[in-house]
Design a protein around this ligand. Structure first.
Ligand code: GLO
Ligand code: MG
Length: 342
C-alpha cells in the first residue's frame, strides 16, 4: 500500500495515435475512465479545460460552468477528487504561436480567456490548482520573439490568474523543448524565479515531470529537491524517459531504477503529500497494447512507486551516515546497488 495518493489525466488513457500513425484503440468515454481510475486505486483526476468541457470555445462562461458542474457530479459518483485544471493552450489554431507569449495580441487575449475559464472550471470541480504546461511558450525560430518581453508576459499571465481568484494556486510545469525548440521556462529553477517575481509567491509553484527534467539534461530527483527547498513542489508527473529523445512518457521507473528510487526517496524524506499534494503519473500507453489492456502502464507505475517506497523504508540511514563519516562513498554506492537489486 502506497503512502501517496495518485492522480492521472484522461489523456493518459489514449487511442494509441502518434505522429506516425493513427488511433489503434477505441475511444473510452470519460465516465468509463473515471470508473476504471477509481477501481485501480487512483484518488483524483487531472484535467485539461476541454477534457472537462469539450468544445469550450463555442460556449459562454455560464454554459462552461454548467458543464463543469456535471463533471463534478460524475467525479462524486466514483469517489474521485480533481487535482488541477490546465488550459490546453497548444491545440487551438489561436495558439499556433503560443498562448501568453504569442506575437498576436488577439491570441494572447484568447489564452487569458482560456486560463480564466479554467479557473471557473476548477472552482466547480473543487480543484485547487491551475497547471500551466507552457507547451508553445517559446520559439522554433529564435529571432521571432523577444525573450525578455515574453518572460515578463508569463509573469503577467500568472499575476492575472492570481488576481482572478484569491484562492487559486498556479503550478507551472516546465519542459525544455517539444513541441517548441526553446522554452521561455525550461526548468524548475526558471519556475522558482517566476514564482518569486509574481505578486503572490506563496500561491505559485511547480509540477515537476521526470521526463521533462531528463530532457533538460537534469536529474529529476534533484529538480524535485530544488522545488522542495522553496516549499514549492505543488505536484509531480512521474514517468520515465530513455535519454535525450522525443518526450516518451514511459511508465515510471522502467528505464532507470536508481533514478526512480531517488525520486521517491526525496519525496518520502521531505513529507511530500502531507499538505495534500498528489503523485501524478503522466504516462503514455504503448501503441502495441490491446484494447482493454490500456491501463497497464498506470498500474505498472503505481506498483513501481510502491516498490521504491519499500526500498526507501528499508534504507539504512545509520549505515549511510557511517559511510559518509568515513567518506567511503564507494561503499555507500554498493549498498545502494544491493538495496535496489535484492
Ligand atoms: C507534456 C506534458 C503534458 C502536461 C499536461 C498537463 O509534455 O507533460 O502531458 O502534463 O498537458 O498540462
Ligand atoms: Mg506532464
Amino acid at each position: 500500500m502506497s503512502r501517496f495518493r495518485f492522480t492521472v489525466g484522461p489523456w493518459n488513457v489514449n487511442e494509441g495515435l502518434d505522429a506516425f500513425g493513427p488511433a489503434v484503440r477505441p475511444t473510452i468515454a470519460l465516465e468509463e475512465k473515471f470508473r476504471k481510475f477509481s477501481e485501480i486505486g487512483i484518488s483524483a483526476v487531472q484535467f485539461h479545460d476541454d477534457d472537462a468541457v469539450p468544445n469550450i470555445n463555442d460556449l459562454s462562461s455560464d454554459e462552461i460552468i454548467e458543464e463543469a458542474r456535471k463533471v463534478r457530479l460524475l467525479l462524486d459518483r466514483y469517489g474521485l477528487e480533481a487535482e488541477f485544471v490546465a488550459p490546453r493552450l497548444w491545440m487551438d489554431p489561436h495558439t499556433a504561436d503560443g498562448g501568453f507569449t504569442s506575437n498576436s495580441k488577439e491570441d494572447r487575449d484568447f489564452a487569458m480567456w482560456r486560463a480564466f475559464r479554467s479557473v471557473d472550471i476548477a472552482r466547480q470541480l473543487r480543484a485547487k490548482n491551475i497547471v500551466l504546461w507552457l507547451a508553445r511558450e517559446g520559439t522554433l525560430c529564435a529571432e521571432s520573439k523577444n525573450p525578455v518581453e515574453n518572460v515578463k508576459r508569463l509573469i503577467e499571465a500568472v499575476n492575472s490568474i492570481l488576481d482572478y481568484d484569491p484562492d487559486i494556486r498556479v503550478l507551472i510545469e516546465p519542459k525544455p523543448n517539444e513541441p517548441i525548440d526553446r522554452s521561455f521556462c525550461p526548468t524548475a529553477g526558471h519556475v522558482m524565479a517566476i514564482a518569486a517575481a509574481s505578486k503572490d509567491p506563496d500561491r505559485v509553484g511547480c509540477v515537476l515531470e521526470s521526463a521533462h527534467a531528463i530532457l533538460a539534461g537534469l536529474d529529476p530527483a534533484d529538480e524535485m529537491a530544488f522545488c522542495l527547498s522553496f516549499g514549492k513542489l505543488g505536484s509531480v508527473h512521474l514517468n520515465d524517459q530513455n535519454g535525450l529523445r522525443y518526450d516518451q512518457d514511459k511508465a515510471f521507473g522502467v528505464e532507470s531504477i536508481r533514478s526512480a528510487f531517488n525520486q521517491i526517496k526525496v519525496l518520502c524524506d521531505n513529507g511530500y503529500g502531507k499538505n495534500g499534494e498528489y503523485v501524478g503519473l503522466d504516462v503514455k500507453c504503448m501503441r502495441t497494447q490491446k484494447p482493454g489492456e490500456d491501463y497497464q502502464h498506470i498500474i505498472n507505475s503505481m506498483r513501481m512507486v510502491e516498490i521504491m517506497e519499500e526500498k526507501v523504508d528499508r534504507f539504512d540511514n545509520e549505515y549511510c551516515r557511517k559511510c559518509v563519516e568515513e567518506r567511503n562513498y564507494e561503499k555507500l554506492e554498493l549498498y545502494i546497488m544491493e538495496l535496489l537489486t535484492h
